[in-house]
Write a protein that binds this ligand. Sequence first.
Ligand code: HEC
Ligand code: HEC
Length: 387
Amino acid sequence: MKNTIFASLFLGFFAIVFNSCGDKPFDIEVKGYTDEDYAVISQHLDLPNEPVDYTIDFPSYYFRPNGTFNNNRATLGRVLFYDKNLSKDGTISCASCHIQSLGFSDDKAFSDGVENLQTQRNSIALSSVLNFQEYYGQGGIPFLWDNSAQTAEDQVLKALFESTEMGMNPHDLTRNVAEQPYYEPLFKYAFGENTQISNEYIAMALAEFVNSIGSVDSKFDDVLSKNADGVWNVSEALQDNWSQFSPEENRGKAIYLSNCASCHSEAFGRPIRLAENNGLDLEYTDKGLGELSSQSYDNGMFKVPTLRNIAATGPYMHDGRFETLEEVIEHYSSGIQNHPNLSSELRNVVNDGGFNFSAQEKSDLIAFLNTTTDETILTAEKYSDPF
Ligand code: HEC
Ligand code: HEC
């Protein structure tokens, strides 16, 4: 054991030396901080004296090759995520609109940004991001309600420069970050000796942190892991009645699998479709994908959000129109509008007279959705405010 620790310290040291000679700033992974660096860091931040481990321990049923992150970079990302110095008037951080205990969403329909401005859409929960970019590959599942950001880095820069969110300009962003004494050491451990603080590195570190927020520790995950043996029989295992679930949760699971999973995915992993129309309105004031493309076939089309931690992330939908899960279920049960772009399976349902769930079915569905609540992610220190 001692030898391993020694070896990894030694390798860490070697990596810095190697790195300072040049080429490969991205392979370093240093363990602890020097006393001198930690003195600067701990003067401003409540961080342990070595970076915590951001590895996501994916359940065996989950098809994802790699849950490891650069811990120094994710730690830097965590600090940036909570730092109001990254906003135009010093009042807003990412965490103002992405609150950990709410699954990294906001409890308001529209969030407050800098200078008392408001966002035009509802904040999206991040507690399920599951490293979209790496998991789904380039050109995989894009970010944002209108699918307009291809990578976490793109998305992060949009939030920083958007006038209603953090309102920064590129020059002030680099300057504000460089002015804070704790960033010099944090960037050094994240990107290598003599790193020049740049917006590209800021976006990379924030993306590393955001990507590390993988929710895998809910009751749903625990019980599915016990019932599925590996990746290949998940669909089969989901059909079973689980002894670890209550009768309500089992019945809700069956309703979910036949009516909701075709879009939201059977095990709350990758959404099945990039964007869909779920019949909220006949006329949309916010046209979603249609705002960007001006094509009528894109009107009312929005990202299919993941439903992990859904009990914590209300209000719901792109405009936060529903306060509670009950209202959401009522929409699917009796309120689906026959919009020209309504998805074909929901159109079939509407043509057949709607889902018309009974009171029992509605509460079963909610009991099942509540099993995706992951207390670990809602409270873990490694995702919390370090200031
Ligand atoms: C003023 C509130 C606000 C702030 C500040 C903010 N966000 Fe957001 N965030 C939102 C809203 C609103 C959306 C959805 C916007 C849309 O789709 O048009 C969103 C969407 C996202 C998404 C997309 C998730 C997905 O599944 O598509 C990510 C990732 C994200 N924000 C990360 C961040 C990061 C990192 C920061 C800090 C650099 C940040 N946000 C700052 C409100 C905010
Ligand atoms: C045809 C695809 C589709 C089906 C089927 C579907 N949904 Fe959705 N769901 C969506 C889309 C798209 C949105 C976002 C719509 C928007 O905001 O404009 C959404 C949003 C939601 C939300 C809000 C999430 C959030 O973070 O705001 C919940 C909850 C939800 N759906 C639950 C369900 C349930 C329960 C069912 C089954 C009864 C279901 N959905 C069936 C596509 C679908």
